[in-house]
Design a protein around this ligand. Structure first.
Ligand SMILES: Nc1ncnc2c1ncn2[C@@H]1O[C@H](COP(=O)(O)OP(=O)(O)OP(=O)(O)O)[C@@H](O)[C@H]1O
Length: 318
């Protein structure tokens, strides 16, 4: 059996009479990426703060790095690193000075501190900017410095609270590369993110937090299978063909302006063939056919009750 880097049973937290976490269970095996998703205010940051000892839980049996959070918070702190919305970067001093300060906090010798700092600045592509004040860094550079500072203490478990929020696509991909490297080194990553694509890319397991509880948990594929939502979309250029298809196909969702129809379908070859045969036998020709399979966005909206309107469904042409 793999041991768990993070294990929470019955984690509860309220602020006043607002229950934020209503007895949730989490299990993160060592060396894996676990992603906690949820709408704004669902309690993701609260979970990170509790598991990283910054805020006490009201109840729950919580173990991080094999240590009991209530009984041995110091041991937990020694095993973990936290970066995220509450960045530790000091803008007034240089990137290198930030790193050396971190090395001091971890009681590394001067020599060892310099060695680790040089190595990490190199690894995170910050050598050229090392002697400049961190306040002059771009968002992506600050995040890289923040993670580099976290790694000074060689933590085995890292909490990343929305590590790529506000980063451009290139910096986001760089960050994904960094996270993958950490995991390849055996580090466990607990990731919160607003980007479902990010969880899909990186996470071994995903939990969706909603209304104080875990609405669903599993691999991205397992979550996608939980909900219906697969359909075929037919788009027409000829209004007559559109009308004919609408009346012939029965159970469809119409978009009269776009002259397009959505037909529920699992996207299988059998169902597609039967639809195409049907259209052929009626002599109806669609201008375009696209197959839509549920993605994590669909899962998220289905599980979190849709206070936000879904964005346009992503479609793949097959
Ligand atoms: N110190 C606090 N005092 C009172 N309420 C708080 C405190 N910290 C968080 N909350 C409340 O707890 C709830 C969960 O907040 P949290 O920041 O954990 O959510 P989140 O899922 O991380 O949201 P976001 O995606 O917006 O960052 C929110 O309703 C928030 O207002």
């Amino acid at each position: 059996m793999t041991s768990l880097a993070i294990a929470a049973n019955g984690l509860r937290k309220s602020y006043g009479d607002k229950v934020v976490l209503d007895g949730i269970d989490l299990a993160v095996p060592e060396g894996t990426v676990f992603s906690l998703l949820g709408p704004n205010g669902a309690g993701k940051t609260t979970a990170v703060k509790i598991l990283s000892t910054l805020v006490p839980a009201d109840a729950g049996d919580l173990r991080v790095g094999g240590h009991d959070l209530a009984a041995a918070p110091q041991a937990v702190r020694a095993a973990i690193g936290v970066t995220g919305q509450f960045s530790a970067v000091d803008g007034l001093i240089t990137g290198e000075e930030n790193m050396l300060l971190m090395a001091d906090l971890h009681h590394l010798s001067r020599r060892e501190g310099r060695r680790v700092t040089a190595e990490l600045l190199e690894r995170f592509d910050l050598v050229a900017a090392a002697r400049k004040p961190a306040s002059t860094y771009s968002g992506g550079m600050k995040r890289r410095l923040d993670i580099a500072m976290t790694l000074v203490g060689s933590p085995r478990i890292i909490f990343l609270d929305e590590p790529t929020t506000g980063l451009d696509p290139r910096s986001r991909h760089t960050m994904w590369g960094i996270i993958r490297e950490l995991v390849a080194d055996g580090v466990t990553v607990f990731l919160t993110t607003q980007y479902l694509e990010e969880a899909d890319e990186l996470a071994d397991r995903i939990a969706v937090l909603n209304d104080g509880g875990i609405a669903a948990e599993g691999t991205a594929e397992e979550l996608k299978r939980l909900i219906p939502g697969g359909h075929v979309r037919l788009r027409f250029t000829d209004p007559a063909a559109y009308r004919e298809a609408t009346s012939a196909l029965g159970e469809v969702t119409r978009d009269d302006e776009a002259l397009s129809l959505q037909i529920p379908s699992d996207g299988s070859q059998r169902e597609l063939r039967s639809l195409l045969d049907r259209l052929d036998s009626l002599g109806i020709e669609a201008a375009e056919l696209t197959v839509h399979t549920p993605d994590l966005d669909d899962v998220f909206f289905a599980l979190t009750g849709g206070t936000t309107l879904p964005s346009q469904p992503k479609e793949s042409v097959r």
